[in-house]
Structures are given as structure tokens and as C-alpha cells.
Design a protein around this ligand. Structure first.
Ligand code: MCA
Ligand code: AMP
Length: 457
């Protein structure tokens, strides 16, 4: 499939000079297609390529260029330190491409994801990926999630239907461009529906207030900050729809937004591996703590539940094509009868409304809407010569949802030094916000660390 079927609006859509604005710089669709064409010419035939996904027009051009050329794109956090970058580049085999937005070229989309399809008789490890998005598991380094253009198209169309999202909207957000929320929904969604996009660079309340959009995306931390800035919140009264996702929206934040903006936020639920699968509707009931009903094409079930509460499992066209090079991990993420295991604990009401009530594993932390594996942070801490043992947990935090807390056994190092060490090796959002020094970690009789016996923060 060529690019045209995915970014439908980009081909023949609006001729506005500010069809998209990213961190203060605007572009028309024609200029974007030219810059993306130049990227496509450079990467055509490569197995995949990576881009440092700053909040910029360059990142948008890189991703659109990859889609035009049928070459999978690997977005890297712009502040990813050596441990994180080296792992992702080695694991994906992708080389970093830098983009000059002023460079323009025509590019005729290939009739299929040529590079991803592989050459000769060897099947490509990338399968039909449009994007390879790295995300944390409970242990080990992050895995590459293979996201196909078919999954993206199915998800965006289902969301457009649920949110009545059209070319008449102006979408505003300031989320990072290396995850599903900011990149797939927040950029590709605008380019598929044809809505104008204003990316604010950073997701600050003042920038959201100034943008004058109709449709706003935010993680709960962003909405918490908007709700605390009452003037900024009131400025959103003229919007059509406020959407929250990536982590649970605290009920007090829902209520504050309703009081200040006059809007009940729409909450939706998803994962990198599944894209967005459950959402409240623009024309439906929105209640605090509820994430709505399955999107068109998605089927859900709650496993092993006597009381209607259990692991949420899914099937549908938005699911990933597996973890890059990890068939066992891919197989382990499905039940024997072919349902994707989200690892989230859900309750489904009689009217089909889903509530996410927890996670099966305490080793996956959600902080500021970022998914962070405790094991990855523990390994980074253990790379510091002064650290002998480390245990990382997520502790409740009113702003971030959870904050990363590290318990370490170490001598001759300060908490700030360890925080900075992790921020520099991995990326800034994976740094512990609190470090506690212990004489030893609590262990069971077998010598295994017992996180539930750690002292309170
Ligand atoms: C602080 N800074 C440091 C350090 N400490 N820099 C280096 N070393 C340090 N030790 C700097 C940072 O670089 C940054 O600088 C500034 O301090 C603030 O950083 P930080 O405190 O980390 O930011 P924050 O204010 O806490 O961030 C909150 C946030 C962020 C903006 C809400 O968490 C965020 O963008 N979250 C979105 C995550 C997301 O999109 N998740 C979607 C995953 P400077 O300000 O200069 O940069 S997809 C998903 O979940 C699914 C599919 C779904 O359902 O959507
Ligand atoms: P990620 O792969 O970074 O996309 O993180 C996916 C995880 O985010 C899910 O497994 C959930 O734990 C969490 N999540 C996303 N949206 C919501 C939501 N609306 N409510 C609760 N948890 C959410």
C-alpha cells in the first residue's frame, strides 16, 4: 500500500499555509510533502531508519517521509542517553537520519512497503511496520513494537468516528513525538482527518490556552496542571472536546475541568501494542474513572473474573505485528486462544462501560503518562560503580500519577548524582524523582528482593 491511503488529507487537503504548526513554526501540506519527499528519497530501500524525535517540523517530515518510502521509522526520545540510544539502534538496525526541512523533493510513493517487505526470499523482521515504537517491559531493555499502517488507519478512523473528529477541527497538543499519543494520534491523526494541527512544543497550560483549538489531547499530568491554572482552564471553554489518555485521569481533575471549562473530558484507553482501543464518545456519557466502550472493530473480554474484574484482553485490527526480533515475547503477550493480554485490570459495567482499576504488574510504572519498566531503571542504577543493589517502584504522586522511587544500597554517592546518572544514560523522564538509601534490600528466604517490604517513601 502506498502512502496515500494512510495520510488521506495530506494528498489534496487544505492549502492553508499553517495547516500544521509545530513549536511555533508553520507549514502547508505542500511544503510538508516536499520535505517528506526529500527524506523519502534518502531512505528509500533502507531496512528502517531512526529519527531524534524533537517536537519539530523535521520530525513530522521524517515520519511522513518514511511512510512515503515504505520504510519503517524508529522515533528516538530526543534526550535519549547512550544506554537507551545504543540499545534501540542496535536492536532495530536503524541509522539516525537528520532532516533539513528546507530541502524539498518530489517522491512518488512505492506501491507497497518495499523495504519492509524484505528482499529475495528472506522475510523482513520488520514485517509490514510503518513505525517501530520502543516501549518498556517489566524486565530488560525496551522492546520494539511493530505498528503497521493498517493498524494506524483502523485506529484513526475509529477515533474519528468516536470523537466526531473532522477537517473542521483544530487539534492542539504538546505531547512528545516518539510515542503513540503524540505521534500516531497527535500527528498522523491530523494528517488523516485533515484537521489543522497546533503542536505547542511543550504541553503547558498557557500554551494550550493560547492556541484556540477545538480538540485538545493531554495526558492526566497535563490536565492536572491545566486544572490548577484556572485562567488557562477557562480559556478552553470554547473548545469542542478535551481528551485525556495514557494513564488514569484522577476524578478530582475530571471535576475541576468540568467546573472550569464547562466540558467533561473524554477519557480513552490504549497501549503501544494495541493503539487506542476503548473510549468515551463525543455524543456519549463521560463519567469520572470510566474509559468508555470498545472502538469500532475492537472486541474486549475480562479474563478469569468471578466478580467481573480481571485482566482486560483484546482482539481487533489495531493490534501490533509483534515485538521486533522477539517471537517468544510476542507469543507470551497472547492467550492460547488468541487474545492480547493487556496486563491491565478492568471492570466492565452492564452498559459496556470499561473502568481500568489497576495493573497486574507493579514493575511497570506510569509517570507523567510515560510507561517505564522498573528493571530498566534498576539496571541503569547498577551501572553506577557505587551502587551495589537497586529496587525501583512507582509511588503515588498527585501530579505525575506515579513517581519513580529508587531504593539503593550504595556508598559515596548522592541522590542527585544517581538521578542525573539515570537521566543522562536513559532519558530524563526515566530518572528517579526520589532516591532512598538502605543498608540492604528486604529479601525472602530464597534471597529474592521483596518490593512490597520496602519502607514507605
Ligand atoms: C530535570 N530536567 C533534567 C533533570 N531534571 N534534565 C537533565 N537531568 C536531570 N536530572 C529538565 C528536563 O530536561 C526538562 O527540561 C525539565 O527539567 C522538566 O522535566 P520533567 O520534570 O521531566 O518534565 P515534567 O514537567 O515532569 O513532564 C511532565 C509532562 C511529561 C510534560 C507531562 O511527563 C510528558 O510529556 N508526558 C507525556 C508522555 C506521553 O506522551 N505518553 C504517551 C505514551 P525542559 O523543560 O527544558 O525540556 S503512549 C500511551 O501511553 C498509550 C498509547 C496511550 O494510551 O496514549
Ligand atoms: P504505553 O504502552 O506507554 O502506551 O502504556 C500503556 C498503558 O497505559 C496501559 O497498559 C495502561 O496501563 C495505561 N493507560 C493508558 N490509557 C489509560 C487510561 N485512560 N486509564 C488508565 N490507564 C491507561
Amino acid at each position: 500500500m502506498a502512502d496515500a491511503p494512510l495520510l488521506t488529507a495530506l494528498h489534496g487537503g487544505t492549502d492553508r499555509a499553517d495547516a500544521l504548526t509545530v513549536d511555533g513554526r508553520s507549514s502547508s501540506y505542500e511544503e510538508l510533502l516536499g520535505a517528506a519527499g526529500a527524506v523519502a528519497r534518502r531512505v528509500a530501500g533502507a531496512p528502517a531508519f531512526a529519527v531524534r524525535a524533537t517536537a519539530s517540523l523535521e520530525t513530522v517530515a521524517a515520519v511522513v517521509g518514511g511512510l512515503l518510502a515504505g520504510v519503517p521509522v524508529v522515533p528516538l526520545a530526543p534526550d535519549a542517553g547512550p544506554a537507551e540510544s545504543e540499545h534501540i539502534l542496535r536492536d532495530s538496525g536503524a541509522e539516525v537520519v537528520t532532516v533539513d526541512f528546507a530541502e524539498r523533493a518530489d517522491f512518488t510513493p512505492v506501491p507497497g512497503p518495499a523495504a519492509a517487505a524484505g528482499t529475495g526470499t528472506e522475510p523482513s523482521p520488520y514485517r509490514n511496520a510503518a513505525l517501530v515504537l520502543y516501549t518498556s517491559g517489566t524486565t530488560g531493555p525496551p522492546k520494539g513494537v511493530l505498528v503497521s499502517r493498517g493498524a494506524v488507519a483502523a485506529d484513526l478512523d475509529a477515533l474519528a468516528q468516536a470523537w466526531q473528529w473532522t477537517a473542521d477541527d483544530t487539534l492542539v497538543h504538546g505531547l512528545p513525538l516518539f510515542h503513540v499519543h503524540g505521534l500516531v494520534l497527535g500527528v498522523l491523526g491530523a494528517l488523516r482527518t485533515g484537521s489543522r494541527l497546533v503542536h505547542t512544543g511543550r504541553p503547558t497550560p498557557a500554551a494550550y490556552a493560547a492556541a484556540g483549538g477545538s480538540l485538545y489531547f493531554g495526558v492526566p499530568t497535563v490536565w492536572h496542571r491545566v486544572a490548577r491554572d484556572e485562567d488557562a482552564a477557562r480559556a478552553l471553554a470554547g473548545a469542542r472536546l478535551l481528551v485525556s489518555g495514557s494513564a488514569p485521569l484522577p476524578e478530582p481533575v475530571f471535576r475541576s475541568l468540568r467546573a472550569l471549562t464547562g466540558h467533561e473530558p473524554v477519557e480513552r484507553y490504549g497501549m503501544t501494542e494495541t493503539l487506542i482501543t476503548v473510549s468515551a464518545r463525543a455524543d456519549g456519557v463521560r463519567s469520572p474513572g470510566a474509559v468508555g466502550t470498545p472502538l469500532a472493530g475492537i472486541t474486549t473480554r475480562v479474563a478469569e473474573s468471578a466478580d467481573g474484574i480481571g485482566e482486560l484482553q483484546l482482539q481487533g485490527p489495531t493490534l501490533f505485528d509483534g515485538y521486533l526480533g522477539r517471537p517468544e515475547a510476542t507469543a507470551a503477550s497472547y492467550t492460547d486462544d488468541g487474545w492480547f493480554r493487556t496486563g491491565d485490570i478492568a471492570a466492565v459495567g452492564e452498559d459496556g462501560t470499561h473502568r481500568i482499576v489497576g495493573r497486574a504488574s507493579t514493575d511497570l510504572i506510569k509517570s507523567g503518562g510515560y510507561r517505564i519498566g522498573a528493571g530498566e531503571v534498576e539496571n541503569a542504577l547498577l551501572d553506577h560503580p557505587a551502587v551495589r543493589e537497586a529496587a525501583v517502584v512507582g509511588a503515588p504522586d498527585p501530579d505525575l500519577g506515579q513517581q519513580i522511587v529508587a531504593y539503593v544500597v550504595a556508598d559515596g554517592v548522592t541522590a542527585t548524582e544517581l538521578t542525573d546518572f539515570v537521566a543522562a544514560r536513559l532519558s530524563v523522564h526515566k530518572r528517579p524523582r526520589t532516591v532512598r538509601f538502605l543498608a540492604e534490600l528486604p529479601r525472602n528466604a530464597m534471597g529474592k528482593p521483596q518490593k512490597r517490604l520496602l519502607p514507605p517513601v
